[in-house]
Structures are given as structure tokens and as C-alpha cells.
Design a protein around this ligand. Structure first.
Ligand code: SF4
Length: 418
């Protein structure tokens, strides 16, 4: 197979295209798909359906093509965002079968952060050189729980989203940390409120499959996990000039083809609105105290295939992330499947979504990244390409953002030393 590339191996400086890499074992149809992808034509849905089930003989070609495409768009740089994690409330209206973050009222760990607590954690992050305040919380808990309604009354806010907007404002005003919020499906009015106080937003599509809402499935009992609603929120955010991160959670009962459908839904959304700044491929982990504790987890190979297909579907320029903390012994190889980002890394708080998998510290991440031949660079929660687009930068955040970034939109070197 003649995958031609200008990319050079960092040590030998020998062009990859000089070698066959044993790719002659790949059948004609997928080989043509990979060659077209490398010429700049993203995969068709049928091609992606085939490659997401790539055979052992096809996997090396798939990974190589995805790597070459990543290098064309992103070079050999892997980014991360230095964040502090603010789990505003772990009450939630949804009941995802894999979740250990949400807690029901009455559970000893159920908790909603008060404003002084929010500020204390944010200040600890500021002291450690964080730039991002990641607000992650259960979705509209007041729709299901009387306790959430009572807490909001006590705090003096009509809804969780209004409280969230006030906490974003408080944290930005007091610390200069840039708010990034993960709070589920939102209406247009809610997006408008948050837009003024957030640098960016996160909303995982997770899956495009409505099947997962049926009894016994991962999203049963989750009104916020209807794929069409999540896509609608992302589209409205795009219309309003809000940069969003989204992505897939793989291994929660979807078929490989349904993964491809989710990637195409995100690709189409981005083609229409241009606001999907990052796509995450996250692997399901089975956790002891959940409904899905006995489900099998995706293998590393499954992750690699999905990441590579995501790169080939989404193209050279999309930012593609896979979380290192959910595969602490294997994440380095994701770099060879087409990712260019590690997501948020916190030097202060543990990741509350997956508390049993502590984030690798930044020095370790740098070493692992360098060993694979890549440079680790810090970015803001708003990606470099978006920093340069006025419609994605809110007026009141603009000065702070501009002060933090260099001419490439990455965090200035002097701001990264802590
Ligand atoms: S929406 Fe998020 S917080 Fe709520 S149950 Fe699902 S995964 Fe947990």
C-alpha cells in the first residue's frame, strides 16, 4: 500500500512513504478509503463502518493513516489544559448506568457546593497556575429532587443553571480563571446566560443511539441523554458563538456502527456551525457501585480503532482527545492513533467523575508524551484556533485570554512555569 507522506520519523528522518509497512495485506476497499482520506477526503459512512471493525491485518494501516493525518493538521504537539475541578452539585435528574459521580438525596456523599467553597477551591487552583475553572455538575437536579429545589431556595437562585452562571461570574471576577461548564442539555435562554460568563462549554454526545434509553440500557431513566436534545443544544450553542467540546463514551452498549453515526453527527454539526472545538473518545470503565458494574470494558485495541476512525472521519484539523486517567498504563499509545490532546489536568483536586483514577501529574504526562516523540503544550479551555475568532471570545473575557496566550494561541511560556 502506498501511503505517501511528507512526515518524517524524528530519529531516522526517513519519509514514512518510503516503506510498505506490510500494508499489502489490506484489502482493496479499505486501502482506497485510507488513501483518499490521506488525500483530504474524509471517510464516507460506509468506509467508516468497515474500518471501525478493522481486522488485525488492517489495524496498522488504520493507525498509520490516522497518525499521518494528525501530523498534517497538528504536528507533533499534544496539548492539555491546566484546570481546577469544581463539582458544583452531584445531585442529578439522570440515572446513567455507569455513573459514580451523581448521588441521590440522603446519600452521605451527596453535596452541593456553597459559594465560599467554590471560591476556596478556585483560589487553590489559581495558586497552582490553573487557567481553567471546570464546573462539572449533575443535570438540572431540581427537576427530580425536592432537596435540590430546597437548596436553590436557600441559596437564592431559581435554577441550577442560574446558580452556575453566578458561580462562574464569581470565580472569574475573583481569580481570573476561565470558566468551562459541563452541565448537560440547555435551552437557548440558558445558553445565553452562560455564554456571558464562560469561555467554553462541554457536552458529551456519548452516543447517537436512542436504543440506549430503553430499559436495561445505559441511559434508561435519563431525560437529558436523548441524542437529539444534546445535538440541539450543541447546534444552538454554535448559533450563539459558543465553542464546545463533545465526544463519545464507548463501550456503553452501542454497536461499532452507532459509534460511527455519533462521529458523523458531530462532523455534520461542526460543518454547519463550526463550534465543535474538540472531540473526545472516552472509554467506559466498569465501577463497582453502578448498574453496569459487570459490563465488559473496551479494550485498548478497541480504543485505538475508534480514535483512528474518529481522526479519519473528522479530518486533520479537528482536536481529538482521549483521557489518560482512564487507561493509566496504556494511554501513551493513543498518540499513535491520531489524538492531539490529553484534556484537562488538575494539579489540585482529584477528578471527581472518576475518583479512583487520579489524573497523572503534569510532569509524568510530559515525560510520557516526550518519550513518544511529542511536545506537551498547555492550552486554554478555549482552543488556540478559537482564541483567534472574535465570535467565540466573550467581551469581558477577552483581555484575560489575550494576556494568557502567545501568537499561536497556546499559553505563554512564562505562564506555564509553576
Ligand atoms: S448525567 Fe452525568 S452526573 Fe448525571 S447520572 Fe449521567 S453521568 Fe452522572
Amino acid at each position: 500500500m502506498a501511503i505517501e507522506s511528507t512526515v518524517e520519523s524524528p530519529k531516522s528522518k526517513v519519509p514514512f512513504g518510503t516503506f510498505d509497512f506490510g500494508l499489502s495485506t489490506v484489502d482493496t476497499q479499505p486501502r482506497v478509503a485510507l488513501e483518499r482520506a490521506l488525500e483530504g477526503t474524509p471517510l464516507t459512512r460506509q468506509e467508516a463502518y468497515h474500518l471501525i471493525r478493522a481486522s488485525a491485518a488492517e489495524v496498522p494501516a488504520l493507525l498509520l493513516a490516522a497518525s499521518i493525518l494528525r501530523e498534517r493538521g497538528k504536528g507533533r504537539v499534544a496539548t492539555y489544559s491546566r484546570k481546577v475541578f469544581l463539582p458544583l452539585t452531584n445531585l442529578c435528574r439522570d440515572r446513567c448506568g455507569y455513573c459514580t459521580f451523581a448521588r441521590p438525596p440522603g446519600h452521605p456523599d451527596a453535596h452541593t457546593m456553597a459559594p465560599d467553597e467554590v471560591l476556596a477551591v478556585a483560589r487553590a487552583g489559581q495558586a497552582q497556575g490553573c487557567k481553567e475553572a471546570l464546573f462539572s455538575l449533575g443535570e438540572k437536579p431540581e427537576e427530580r429532587h425536592a432537596l435540590a429545589r430546597a437548596q436553590l431556595r436557600r441559596l437564592g437562585y431559581p435554577s441550577t443553571v442560574v446558580y452556575l452562571a453566578a458561580m462562574c461570574e464569581l470565580v472569574y471576577r475573583e481569580t481570573g480563571l476561565l470558566p468551562h461548564v459541563n452541565c448537560g442539555v440547555l435551552t437557548r435562554d440558558e445558553l445565553l446566560q452562560l455564554r456571558e460568563v464562560c469561555a467554553s462549554m462541554g457536552l458529551m454526545l456519548e452516543s447517537a443511539s436512542e436504543r440506549l434509553l430503553l430499559p436495561g440500557q445505559a441511559h434508561y431513566g435519563c431525560p437529558g441523554k436523548v441524542p437529539a436534545l444534546r445535538l440541539e443544544t450543541l447546534a444552538t450553542a454554535g448559533e450563539l458563538g459558543i465553542a464546545c467540546t463533545s465526544g463519545l463514551l464507548i463501550g456503553i452498549g452501542e454497536t461499532p456502527e452507532e459509534r460511527v453515526d455519533a462521529l458523523f453527527a458531530l462532523r455534520e454539526l461542526h460543518e454547519r456551525w463550526g463550534n465543535v472545538q474538540e472531540v473526545i473518545v472516552q472509554n467506559f470503565r466498569a465501577k463497582p457501585d453502578t448498574r453496569m458494574r459487570a459490563w465488559s470494558e473496551p479494550s485498548v485495541l478497541d480504543m485505538l480503532r475508534t480514535i483512528a476512525v474518529a481522526r479519519l472521519v473528522l479530518g486533520a484539523d479537528q482536536n481529538l482527545q482521549a483521557p489518560p486517567n482512564l487507561a493509566p498504563d496504556a494511554y501513551q499509545v493513543y498518540l499513535f492513533a491520531g489524538i492531539n490532546d490529553w484534556g484537562g489536568v488538575s494539579p489540585v483536586t482529584r477528578d471527581h467523575i472518576n475518583p479512583e483514577h487520579a489524573w497523572p501529574m503534569i510532569d509524568e504526562l510530559r515525560a510520557v508524551t516526550a518519550e513518544a516523540g511529542f511536545e506537551l503544550r498547555e492550552r486554554l479551555c478555549l482552543y488556540p484556533e478559537y482564541v483567534a475568532q472574535p465570535r467565540f471570545v466573550r467581551g469581558r473575557l477577552r483581555g484575560r485570554i489575550e494576556a494568557l496566550v502567545d501568537e499561536r494561541g497556546m499559553v505563554r511560556e512564562e505562564e506555564t512555569r509553576w
